[in-house]
Design a protein around this ligand. Sequence first.
Ligand code: NAP
Length: 432
Amino acid sequence: MLQVAIVGSGPAGFYTAEALVKKFGAEVRVDIIDRLPTPYGLIRAGVAPDHQSIKAVDKRYAGTATAGGVRFVGNIQVGDTGVTIAELSDLYDVVVLATGAPQDRPLGIPGEDLPGVIGSAAFVGWYNGHPDFAALAVPLQHAGACVIGNGNVAIDVARILAKTPDELAASDIVEHSRIALDASRIRDIHLIGRRGPHQASFTPKEMGELGHLSRAQPLVDPTHLPPLEADDALDPGLRKTVGFLRSFAALPRDERPITIHFDFLSRPVAIEPHGDALRLIVERTRLEGETAIGTGELHAVDCGLVVSCIGYRTTPIPGVPFDTAQGRFVNVEGRISPGVYAVGWARRGPSGTIGTNRPDGFGIVDLIAEDLTPADRQGGAGLDALIAARGLRPTSFADWQRIDAAEVADARPGAPREKRVNLDHLLAALLP
Ligand code: NAP
């Protein structure tokens, strides 16, 4: 019997489990271990709460978790506390690290530690009910907000800041964020991009949504747009995105109270306290090819909140070689060391959509099959003994189903669920 431990129950972890069962059938046992009592990683805590259709992929993962041969082992930390990688390597033939990239990349500019400057992992975790960020202080009382980065996370953040309570009614945004956003005084949301529209990482669907917000209008400076004919060289997705930006640039200003400003060619250089708020100091850039070159021309953007959406890093695990510059495990096509693999963002960094992790999961299982030297390992029985000896309290998939049912039962009218946002409250759903 092949014994596999997958660390991390997000998309990469679940697609790897699905691929293992497809490849090895009844000859494999898979434990998906997660530090949270709940499964699904980025689907639960990263995908925007108003993008329920993307979150619906959790049904597929539930199918994997309940089809036989696969267990979910939640509420168990792998690393210094809980169980170690060395222990998992003793117990299982194969250990796959599918831990994603849950930490914010630092901005590396003065003032980034000031109160009111928040990384997107924390901000997205706050509105998505991640237990680590339930108590985050998010200042929403000033008119200005800066969202740094020109990727889809920046769009998610700007959209959530801009939407009305009605527009969020059918989402699973958590109560503490809903109440805070309800009282928000933000009127000007600046999307700060250090390069131009042709270098942005936004995708068309996400960009199109910004054109249909009931109280917010997107604003693009036409002088930032390259000549129309230059769009011909773009790939079709980016061409469509830039098409939306062109249509926003052509719109007359209307009465909607919130403006989403696309501040292209703007490189953040410092964040300073300014009265009881902040100001972001920005250097105007120009493009040389695809590269942003500073012009030395500075201006300040007044704001109370800065959310930096510039990418993520994997959390290092003791005993696993880590590439500090890239922010992920050292690996060759997913191979870390004999019997230890990385998959998804932990392998390749934070890129692609949820679906990109499917071929990643299937690819790593092909490598595992190539490398395999099966031994007679204890697998899950050994893990259970270790967990019991340490007095840890794991959650099973059946436990998750009870938490899920409790959250669905708590939903406000029209919403899919009301998430429990701290560990005690999550585990309270399991009390008799
Ligand atoms: P991303 O797409 O890589 O965008 C990061 C942005 O940050 C880029 O515009 C980058 O600019 C900018 N940046 C990096 N370092 C910077 C710095 N020091 N100062 C200023 N700007 C800086 O990353 P993401 O938005 O975090 O998204 C991660 C992945 O998740 C992406 O593949 C994304 O498409 C995906 N995602 C998808 C969805 C969806 O499908 N709905 C939603 C959210 C996220 P440069 O280009 O100049 O480096």
